[in-house]
Write a new protein. Structure first.
Length: 159
């Protein structure tokens, strides 16, 4: 049923709680896994040319500056996680996205014809969720493909 699964991560152990679920899916169904990290939103406005940055255009054609210092740690992180999954026999690809995390994750998954997004929810509720927002919630609402939300270990609905 699933051939390609997108797995957004943010560098936290909490986000990585999805990995055992992803590994089981991949092993049992031969799923290709795409690990994503969405680096903070691009800097917009005045364009400047940092030594280690690149000029890029977003989907709307606006010029943005992306700072290489943010991308390199994200790539290293994904490669480390991807290597661990690959050692278990999972086919893994990695991608660093730039921009609004929820929008970029949703767009990427649809553009790549993924059949499922597996993402951790931080388990916030009430005013904490309202104030801080939830990328997982925004992805699940915006996506046209199924989203599997994984609650972190120790989650309680009253938290």
């Amino acid at each position: 049923m699933y051939q390609k699964v997108v797995v957004p991560l943010d560098g936290s152990k909490l986000a990585e709680c999805v990995l055992p679920h992803v590994e089981a899916l991949a092993k049992n169904m031969g799923v290709k896994v795409v690990l994503l990290v969405s680096v903070t939103e691009q800097m917009k406005g005045k364009v400047f040319f940092p030594e280690d940055g690149n000029i890029v255009r977003d989907r709307a054609g606006k010029v943005s500056v992306t700072v290489g210092k943010m991308e390199q740690p994200a790539e290293k992180y994904l490669n480390r996680i991807g290597k661990k999954l690959a050692e278990t026999g999972v086919t893994v690809h990695t991608k660093v996205l730039l921009g609004n995390p929820a929008e970029e994750i949703t767009h990427f998954a649809e553009e790549e014809n993924a059949e499922l997004i597996v993402i951790a929810t931080h388990g916030r509720s009430g005013s904490s969720r309202w104030a801080m927002g939830s990328i997982a919630d925004r992805v699940s609402r915006a996506s046209t493909i199924p989203v599997l939300l994984v609650r972190p270990p120790g989650f309680s609905s009253g938290a």
